[in-house]
Design a protein around this ligand. Structure first.
Ligand SMILES: *[C@@H]1O[C@H](CO)[C@@H](O)[C@H](O)[C@H]1NC(C)=O
Length: 675
């Protein structure tokens, strides 16, 4: 009782304590106080028990009323959300009484009673209002999106945000295209100084209902008369609230000079804090990056996680080709991500023109924004002057790259004969995001079969003596007529001209080469035919033979582009052809295959439909020798080859059936038990 008494005197002044309670509603503290007097301390314990009972009763009643009222008043929230308290919610007033079910998404109407005229009065550059931050309309639209699972970390929400109306005009058509794909819930939040009505914003930008954009009015109160600092703070607060209710998988803004500085500053602070990728589109985005509208939220969430390294194995006497390749790399567009790290393997004897070119070669290219002058170029120069053997060459090459995170780092292998189009990097990023990270790819584990993504369509089979005719897709033009259309396809044969190898498969190739060389060293010659026979022409480097064996034993495939797309990505020249060093002596005079050339044009126009990437299920599938097949056929041929491989290795009889389950260590192929 002493404690309660002291607390009472903390809350009420002596005067208040002495006053009668007539003017106050009876609450627990005054109620207790009314019974507290110096004499009450000496009362019998029975009266104390009674008092406590009364207190407990009152408390219980309060608790009951509180609990009873919760569901009606507070939105249901994710309990795992780390830091979010009621104080924060107060900025979002007024909340609607109940979360609405998600309709076919009407935008939140601004409550502003001011009619907006057709020609807006010029927006004041900067006001001075700096009051407490309130979002009048944001609560309503955020409460209405609970069906999108926005309170959970994993969902399908994509957020576009803009402050400047010009930036909104850049973003809305992109958001509209993405919305119509129906692969993600596309949200658009306006954090503007402008008081434009949303209806007008939609009308001006031609946003129809078919765009399926969910609008959020994230403008702070008194936005038009606010100081820039207040608007900047409001941006970070708005993102905080949006994050709590939406957990967007990616945030897309206009990073160009059209956008307000206070907005971009707020975004660049707050979005990385939310651990969400931020895509800042630049002025060319509508044409160059239009493929991002085809991606789903899962792909976009991996936007800044993937990294691509480039690996070039140069040979002596081929300066012209190498310089042509490096120039094409430097001229390419890397606006869809960071510039890849570039590693060039130089031979023992570096040609003078190459050395001279490399002296001034800038990587990242000078055209790329690089404020810290970071260098991303590694030159490796071989010591040994004697020619490489097949074995040495394979080891040296496969050692040149190692993925730090195999799920996210990949390597683009380039032959010095290749020349790339300025758009190749867009295609690579688009394909990696779609074929490795999209919801469909993750659910169906597409990447488990995918060895690589080729930019080039080879003109011959791997033995370089037979022309390769790419498969076509039959497309029904009308009821009676069908026509053949060029299509991307899956081929068990790998390549080395211009191919991205996925991180996981590179790791496996590394282990395969390591074990194959170990086996060769231990085996007394002659080697079993399966190791000694070469299926691949000596025009290709020796490590490719290992990649083919791995593909044959596992049923892996490489994705090849259709003919029109290939012409848009890369060309492999033959006029300055130089054999790989390990085969130089064998390959002086070979007939040159016919050469393709790069066709200029937007990337998406060469892709089927409106620029979509085909699903793996919709592509023709070829065995390594070009025979059309299906998944069952591929698996059967892989099982046969693996069995033959194990027979040649010998010693697999002692392995338990469990040890023969394919695994990344490739121990099952080389008859070694993994620990
Ligand atoms: C080259 O490979 C193709 C396809 O595997 C095959 O049909 C052809 O017989 C091979 N040519 C030679 C000379 O081995």
């Amino acid at each position: 009782m002493q404690t309660w008494g002291r607390m009472g005197s903390l809350f009420f002044s002596d005067e208040e304590l002495g006053k009668k309670d007539d003017d106050r509603k009876p609450t627990k503290l005054p109620h207790m106080r009314s019974q507290w007097s110096p004499s009450s301390a000496a009362r019998l314990p029975q009266s104390r028990v009674l008092k406590r009972l009364a207190i407990a009763l009152v408390l219980g009643l309060c608790l009951y009323l509180f609990i009873h009222n919760i569901p009606a008043d507070l939105p249901i929230r994710d309990r795992r959300r780390p830091v979010y308290n009621h104080l924060d919610d107060s900025e979002l007033e007024p909340l609607p009484p109940k979360p609405k079910p998600m309709p076919k998404l009407r935008p939140a109407r601004p409550h502003s009673s001011k009619p907006t005229t057709k020609d807006e009065p010029p927006v004041p550059a900067s006001g001075s209002y700096n009051g407490r931050i309130q979002f009048k309309n944001l609560g309503a639209s955020l409460n209405a999106i609970s069906e999108t699972n926005g309170e959970y970390n994993a969902n399908r929400n994509v957020l576009f945000a803009a402050s400047s109306l010009k930036s909104a005009a850049v973003l809305l058509p992109i958001a509209c295209q993405m919305g119509t794909m129906l692969r993600s819930y596309v949200h658009f939040a306006l954090m503007s100084r402008s008081e434009i009505a949303f209806e007008e914003l939609r009308a001006v930008n031609g946003v129809a209902d078919s765009c399926e954009i969910i609008f959020h009015d994230a403008r702070v109160d008194h936005s038009a008369s606010s100081a820039d600092t207040r608007l900047g703070t409001a941006v970070t607060r708005a993102f905080f609230h949006i994050h709590s209710y939406m957990h967007p998988q990616v945030v897309i803004v206009d990073g160009s000079s059209l956008e307000e500085t206070f907005f971009l500053e707020g975004v660049r602070v707050q979005v990385p804090d939310m651990e969400v990728p931020l895509i800042e589109l630049d002025a060319d985005a509508p044409t160059q990056l239009s493929w991002i509208t085809k991606l789903d939220s899962a792909s976009l969430a991996a936007w800044d996680k993937i990294s691509i390294d480039i690996l070039i194995q140069a040979s002596s006497g081929a300066s012209g080709s190498l310089i042509r390749l490096l120039k094409s790399l430097a001229a390419a567009d890397y606006s869809s991500g960071s510039v890849p790290h570039l590693t060039i393997e130089l031979p023992h004897k570096v040609d003078p023109p190459t050395a001279k070119f490399l002296e001034t070669f800038q990587w990242p290219p000078a055209s790329v924004y690089n404020p810290t002058h970071a260098k991303q170029l590694t030159l490796r120069h071989r010591i040994s002057s004697s020619g490489l053997t097949e074995e040495e060459s394979s080891v040296r090459f496969v050692e040149s790259f190692w993925p730090a995170n195999p799920g996210h780092s990949h390597v683009l292998v380039l032959s010095p004969q290749a020349e790339l189009s300025p758009r190749f990097f867009h295609y690579l990023k688009y394909s990696v995001l779609e074929y490795i990270h999209s919801n469909a790819a993750v659910v169906q584990q597409w990447d488990s079969r995918l060895l690589g993504i080729s930019l080039d369509l080879p003109p011959t089979h791997l033995n370089a003596s037979e022309p390769f005719v790419p498969p076509v897709k039959k497309v029904a033009k009308s009821r009676a007529t069908e026509s053949d259309e060029s299509t991307s396809f899956l081929w068990q044969a790998p390549n080395s001209n211009a191919v991205l190898y996925t991180g996981h498969k590179w790791v496996e190739l590394h282990r395969f080469v390591s074990r194959a060389l170990e086996l060769q060293r231990k085996t007394k010659p002659p080697l079993p035919a399966i190791f000694a026979d070469k299926a691949i022409s000596k025009r290709y480097p020796s490590w490719l033979e290992h990649a083919l064996k791995l593909s044959r034993a596992r049923g892996y495939w490489t994705l090849y582009p259709s003919q029109p797309t290939a012409g848009n990505l890369a060309v492999v020249h033959s006029e300055l052809y130089k054999a790989p060093e390990e085969y130089e002596a064998d390959l002086r005079k070979t007939p040159e295959p016919a050469e393709l050339s790069l066709t200029p044009g937007p990337l998406l126009e060469s892709l089927p439909g409106d620029g979509s990437l085909l699903h793996f299920d919709d592509m023709p599938l070829l065995l390594w020798d070009g025979t059309p097949t299906n998944l069952v056929g591929l698996d059967a041929s892989a099982a046969d080859y693996a069995a033959e491989f194990r027979r040649a290795v010998g010693g697999c009889d002692s392995l338990a059936p469990d040890d023969l389950i394919p695994r990344a260590s490739v121990g099952d192929l080389f008859c070694t038990r993994d620990d």
